[in-house]
Design a binder for this molecule. Structure first.
Ligand code: GLN
Length: 287
C-alpha cells in the first residue's frame, strides 16, 4: 500500500503577490506528484494554503513570503500577532521558508535604506539587504538570469549537461544582498550601529536538527552581472567588465531568498526546485 504523505505549504497572505505564488505552487505540486507516483511507493500530497493568522501558520511545514511592500507586511503581521510566531517558524523550528523581494527583506537579519522604528524584520538569513537598490518603481526592469541551481536540478532530471533557458528575473523596487554577515551570535548588535539599518531580534534554535540548519553559512545562489552601477560608497562608476554582480539569490539552511519575482512569470522551475527541497527537509525532520 502506498504511504500517503501530506505536506502543508503556506503563502503569507497579508499583502502582495500571494495568489501568484499559489498558482505556481499548484503547478509545481502537480509536477512533483506525477514524478512521485512513478518513482516511489509514497503518495505525495500538498496542501497549499493562505496564511493570515497563527492557527494557519501552525499547520504549515513550509512557507513563502511574497513580494509586495515589506513595511506594510511587517505592520500587518505585528497587528495580527504573527511576527513572533513567524520568527519562531523560521529561526527556532527552522522550517523551509522562501522570501521573494519584500519577503527577502523580511527574512534578512539586517536591512538598510529603512527608517529606524519603521520596519520589523523576521530574520533568518545572515545578510544585510539594501532596499530599493535599483531605485524607484519606474526603474523596475527584467533581466535574463543564469541560476546554476536550476541547471543542476534540470541535469538530474533529464541526465544531460546542457544549460536550460535563462530565468526571466523581474525586479520591482528590488533589494540586493549587499553584505553577507558572519554566522556568529551578536551580529545584530554590530549591524545596529550602521546608519539607517534595522535588525531582526536574535533567536536560538531549540533542538539539535534546527541548530544544525542554523549553523549553515550563506550560499550565493544567483547574481545579476553586467550592470554598471554606482559603488555604494564614494559614488564612483564600476565598469561592466569589473562588475562582480549584485547578489540576488541566497540560501542559508532552511531559508531561501530571491530579490526578483518568479511568481510574476509563468515559469514554475524555481517553485519546483524549492518544493523538492521542502520534501527533502520534511523527510529529514521525520527521521
Ligand atoms: N521595495 C519593496 C519593499 O521595501 C519591495 C518591493 C517588492 O516586493 N517588489 O518592501
Amino acid at each position: 500500500m502506498p504511504n500517503p504523505t501530506t505536506i502543508t505549504v503556506g503563502v503569507l497572505a497579508l499583502q502582495g503577490a500571494f495568489l501568484e505564488h499559489l498558482n505556481l505552487l499548484r503547478r509545481a505540486a502537480t509536477q512533483l506528484q506525477s514524478q512521485s507516483d512513478s518513482t516511489s511507493q509514497d503518495e505525495l500530497h500538498f496542501d497549499l494554503i493562505q496564511v493570515r493568522n497563527v492557527a494557519q501558520l501552525s499547520k504549515c511545514d513550509a512557507l513563502i513570503i511574497p513580494g509586495g511592500e515589506s513595511t506594510t507586511m511587517s505592520l500587518v503581521a505585528a497587528q495580527s500577532g504573527l511576527l513572533e510566531p513567524l520568527r519562531e517558524f523560521v529561526k527556532v523550528h527552522r522550517k523551509p521558508t522562501w522570501g521573494t523581494c519584500a519577503g527577502l527583506i523580511l527574512l534578512a537579519e539586517a536591512a538598510n535604506a529603512t527608517k529606524k522604528g519603521g520596519q520589523e524584520l523576521i530574520g533568518g538569513l545572515d545578510v544585510r539587504v539594501n532596499r530599493n537598490h535599483f531605485g524607484r518603481q519606474v526603474e523596475s526592469f527584467q533581466a535574463d538570469l543564469d541560476l546554476p541551481f536550476l541547471n543542476e536540478a534540470a541535469n538530474q532530471t533529464n541526465g544531460s549537461s546542457s544549460s536550460p533557458a535563462p530565468f526571466q528575473g523581474i525586479f520591482i523596487r528590488a533589494p540586493v544582498v549587499e553584505k553577507i554577515l558572519p554566522n556568529v551570535d551578536g551580529i545584530q548588535k554590530d549591524e545596529q550601529q550602521v546608519a539607517e539599518t534595522v535588525v531582526a531580534p536574535s533567536k536560538s534554535a531549540k533542538d539539535d536538527r534546527a541548530r544544525l540548519a542554523m549553523s549553515s553559512t550563506v550560499e550565493i545562489m544567483g547574481k545579476l552581472p553586467g550592470r554598471v552601477r554606482k559603488a555604494s560608497t564614494g559614488g564612483e562608476e564600476v565598469s561592466a567588465g569589473d562588475e562582480v554582480g549584485d547578489i540576488i539569490a541566497v540560501q542559508q539552511g532552511n531559508v531561501f531568498g530571491t530579490s526578483f519575482h518568479p511568481e510574476l512569470t509563468a515559469d514554475a522551475r524555481i517553485h519546483v526546485w524549492w518544493l523538492n527541497r521542502v520534501v527533502e527537509s520534511t523527510d529529514r525532520m521525520a527521521v
